[in-house]
Design a protein around this ligand. Structure first.
Ligand SMILES: NC(=O)c1ccc[n+]([C@@H]2O[C@H](COP(=O)([O-])OP(=O)(O)OC[C@H]3O[C@@H](n4cnc5c(N)ncnc54)[C@H](O)[C@@H]3O)[C@@H](O)[C@H]2O)c1
Ligand SMILES: [Zn+2]
Length: 359
């Protein structure tokens, strides 16, 4: 097992990565001074695969476990489901020293983190991410939340977990498309922060896609290290943390334009990463060679890089102007200067964005 630390003073925590480690979660939880009563939140899909093993390990460690099952799907990442979690926690008399464990992908993680941050003004929270996206992105960094009818992730808190427990074997049951979608975020870390990671992804595609332990452990560990480093320098996104949004300004606009049905998040981000690299080229900030290399890597992992013609370009532009991260309509992007280096670009003109959106 390998461990990476997120340095946040008294709130620092470990990210542990290994194979078959679900079975030792319970033992590890004994290190945290928790009340005997503990709760685990999951969904039926993940619970059917990994629930029993995880629950056994927690019970064997002497805890009295309550399980809460939320239906599977982004549409259930809403306050009414959080309310259901509160009902169970109060009904079973979990107290201020109790722990809450999220077993699942980003949906379960975000919602459980939100519940943990608000139950009795905040209780210990543990992430056991089972999708690649959750392992390299959503489980690390402390953003929690739920969706509102008027916008995604509009209700939320910052609440750091006390431990992130990544069992790589869980990826074996993940649908291929979900795996590739998570890989888009790994490619993102390469472009924004680490040329070596980018080159490793170029050179080791086969072994990564075959989930060979050494390769997959390496890219997940490196992704977590990068996210941990960024978050420890800028927990609340006052500056640096915004680099994690590379590919996301255009990616979110694509998700909105297609009603969140056509693309998985990582797929939309993959298109966004290529188009934002092209925008950087339109602005004369990056050479054509690097832009082609970014596109080639995205394509080689079977991810999309172009917007289909059915999507209206000017509609995309207006969605970007409405994005919650856009301030006063000013278009701002995280743009690569070369592979491994990005800068914030403010005051980008509509015309330059239009140019980069044309194939
Ligand atoms: N908090 C953050 O910083 C942050 C960052 C990025 C994304 N997010 C959020 O994450 C969510 C998306 O997360 P996601 O991509 O993990 O989606 P998800 O949680 O919906 O999981 C995707 C699907 O895979 C299934 N699944 C999970 N693990 C599995 C496994 N091991 N084997 C088989 N099936 C499995 C799930 O049941 C689900 O059907 C979004 O709500 C997004 O807003 C949060
Ligand atoms: Zn993302």
């Amino acid at each position: 097992m390998e461990t990476t630390k997120v340095e946040l003073g008294e709130r620092s925590y470990d990210i542990s990565i290994g194979s078959h480690i679900l079975d030792s979660l319970g033992e590890r939880l004994r290190d945290y001074g928790l009340s005997p009563k503990i709760a685990l939140v999951s969904n039926p899909t993940v619970f059917a695969l990994y629930g029993e093993r995880t629950a056994d390990s927690i019970r064997k460690a002497g805890f009295d476990l309550v399980t809460v099952i939320i239906p599977d799907g982004e549409e259930y990442k809403v306050l009414s489901q959080v309310q259901h979690v509160y009902d169970e926690l109060l009904g079973h008399r979990l107290d201020r020293s109790s722990g809450l464990i999220a077993l699942g992908g980003g949906v379960i993680g975000d919602m459980t983190g939100f519940a943990a941050s608000t139950y009795m003004r905040g209780i210990s929270f543990f992430q056991v991410p089972t999708t690649l996206l959750a392992q390299v992105d959503s489980s690390v960094g402390g953003k929690t939340g739920v969706n509102h009818r008027l916008g995604k992730n509009m209700i939320g808190t910052f609440w750091q977990p006390r431990l992130v427990w990544i069992d790589l074997d869980t990826l074996r049951t993940l649908p291929r498309r979900e795996l590739l979608s998570g890989l888009a975020e790994v490619i993102k870390y390469g472009v924004i922060y680490d040329r070596d990671l980018f080159e490793y992804l170029e050179a080791n595609r086969e072994s990564i896609l075959n989930l060979e332990y050494a390769s997959i452990a390496r890219i997940i560990r490196r992704s977590c290290e990068i996210k941990a480093d960024v978050v420890s320098k800028d927990e609340r996104e006052a500056g640096l943390r915004a680099i994690l949004n590379y590919g996301h300004t255009i990616g979110h606009a694509i998700e909105t334009a297609t009603g969140y049905t056509r693309y998985l998040h990582g797929e939309a981000v993959a298109i966004g990463m290529y188009l934002e690299a092209r925008l950087s080229q339109v602005l004369g900030r990056i050479g054509e060679g690097d832009v082609s290399r970014i596109k080639a890597l995205i394509d080689s992992y079977g991810l999309p890089s172009e917007i289909p013609d059915v999507i209206d370009r000017s509609q995309l532009l207006s969605f970007m102007q409405l994005d919650k991260k856009t301030v006063a309509g000013e278009l701002k992007f995280i743009l690569p200067r070369s592979i491994g280096i990005v800068r914030t670009e403010k005051g980008v003109s509509e015309e330059d964005v239009r140019k980069s959106l044309q194939g």
